[in-house]
Design a protein around this ligand. Structure first.
Ligand SMILES: [Zn+2]
Length: 57
């Protein structure tokens, strides 16, 4: 799986494959160097301020 086309949430272990799924479940962010990478945490966990090993839901 090419980097950037796969995302796994360390909190709820949700997995998204492909740009459409990642955009929907995780979203992308742009690095300082212009690279676009998937968010580490899924949208749900980000909004819940979830942390790995400390699930909030
Ligand atoms: Zn999650």
């Amino acid at each position: 799986m090419p980097y950037g086309k796969y995302a796994e949430c360390p909190c709820c272990n949700k997995i998204a494959k492909g740009e459409a799924d990642i955009e929907e479940d995780f979203g992308y962010r742009t690095m300082n160097n212009g690279k676009i990478i998937p968010q580490s945490y899924c949208r749900e966990c980000r909004s819940a301020h979830c942390e790995a090993g400390n699930p909030k839901h």
